[in-house]
Design a protein around this ligand. Structure first.
Ligand SMILES: C=C1C[C@]23C[C@@]1(O)CC[C@H]2[C@@]12CCC[C@@](C)(C(=O)O1)[C@H]2[C@@H]3C(=O)O
Ligand SMILES: O=C(O)CCC(=O)C(=O)O
Ligand SMILES: [Fe+2]
Length: 345
């Protein structure tokens, strides 16, 4: 069932109610797949309930995050600075983007996790590594389930055409744990009403879309996340520590030939409480080609994008600023005959 969550309901100037869809995964499959497609088309964002991920899998990772971020900065820096993996503070990405946060960015490859665990959790690396791996396995399953429902709802002949990409052992998926300390100070910047709707807050994580296929997000009970509608209206997302939010990434927008939209989002900091969020960014292997699924391309609906590999897209993303529309450089001109750019599925 898609229900607008009351706390995220806001009214536009036209007094139209907008609410973030909530999808109950215990529902009947054919109905579910339609709801997933609808939410991905309208918002590129939805909440899932009855996801089946045990509470302990989530709380163990949350406790590890709390323990890590409560260390002093010298200790945290010993985890290795984010280039791109490791510990980062204030700096987001390589091009000068700043946020009021600190984070741990980990590749989901098991060898990479066990290596990083030795510096992140020096006194219990094996336990840390198991907790991170268990969480990743659980959210990967959830991401696959959602991608299979999406494929079913789109009537793609091979239901696993999207999920198999992130199940691949060479998948380039990433886990990020963000910690936003409370920010009280009012700077000149956040008094500019053209920039932010809530001028009591500073930007924790600037506006952007995620480049990957799908993001599975979970946070503690502290809000701050906002999503942008396709009309540019910012909607606050109510925090729910027991549930997950799903975001369509740029790559899924391309795979569906623009039918699904990657959601632009940002985080405003809280003035009193720290926010902690965990994101699993489901990505293909580096050498994997991203282009619209053949089912999504017809003579009337030609391909909107030039094919590119995930490595090429990542390179483009890392060359740009956080908020840049990095898909623009892969868009095809409308008049070109581009029906042949698609995957054979
Ligand atoms: C400024 C940047 C940070 C980012 C890489 C980028 O150059 C542009 C995209 C950013 C983003 C957003 C989603 C999660 C993330 C890990 C990713 O893959 O792309 C971040 C990158 C990052 O924080 O390093
Ligand atoms: O911290 C959050 O809630 C979202 C952060 C985010 O968008 C990101 O890390 O890509
Ligand atoms: Fe994001």
């Amino acid at each position: 069932m898609v229900v607008p969550s009351p706390t995220s309901m806001i009214r536009t100037k036209k007094t139209k109610a907008v609410g973030i869809p909530t999808i109950d995964l215990s529902m009947e499959r054919s109905e579910l797949s339609e709801l997933v497609v609808k939410a991905c088309e309208e918002y590129g964002f939805f909440k899932v309930v009855n996801h089946g991920i045990p509470k302990e899998v989530i709380s163990r990772l949350e406790n590890e995050g709390t323990e890590f971020f409560s260390k002093n900065s010298t200790e945290k820096l010993q985890a290795g600075t984010s280039t791109p993996f490791g510990y980062g503070c204030k700096n987001i990405g390589p091009n000068g983007d700043k946020g009021d946060l600190e984070y741990l960015l980990l590749h989901t490859n098991p060898n990479s996790i066990s290596e990083r665990s030795k510096t992140i959790a020096k006194d219990h690396p094996i336990k840390f590594s198991c907790i991170v791996t268990d969480y990743i396995e659980a959210v990967k399953e959830l991401a696959c389930e959602i991608l299979e429902l999406a494929a079913e709802g789109l009537w793609v002949p091979d239901k696993s055409s999207l999920s198999k990409v992130i199940k691949d052992v060479h998948s380039d998926s990433v886990l990020r744990i963000n910690h936003y300390p409370p920010v009280k100070k009012l700077s000149k910047d956040n008094l500019d009403p053209s920039k932010f709707q809530n001028n009591n807050n500073t930007i924790g994580f600037g506006e952007h879309s995620d480049p990957q296929i799908l993001t599975i997000l979970r946070s503690n009970n502290v809000g701050g996340l906002q999503i942008s509608t396709q009309h540019g209206l910012w909607i606050p997302v109510h925090p729910d520590p027991n549930e997950f939010y799903v975001m369509v990434g740029d790559s899924l927008q391309v795979l569906t030939n623009g039918r699904f939209v990657s959601v632009r989002h940002r985080v405003l900091t809280n003035t009193t409480k720290p926010r902690m969020s965990m994101m699993y960014f489901a990505a293909p292997p580096l050498n994997w080609w991203i282009s619209p699924l053949s089912k999504m391309v017809t003579a009337h609906n030609p391909s909107l994008y030039k094919p590119f590999t995930w490595a090429q897209y990542k390179q483009a993303a890392y060359a740009l600023r956080l908020g840049d529309s990095r898909l623009d450089q892969f868009k095809l001109q409308k008049q070109e005959d581009n029906t042949h750019y698609h995957h054979d599925t």
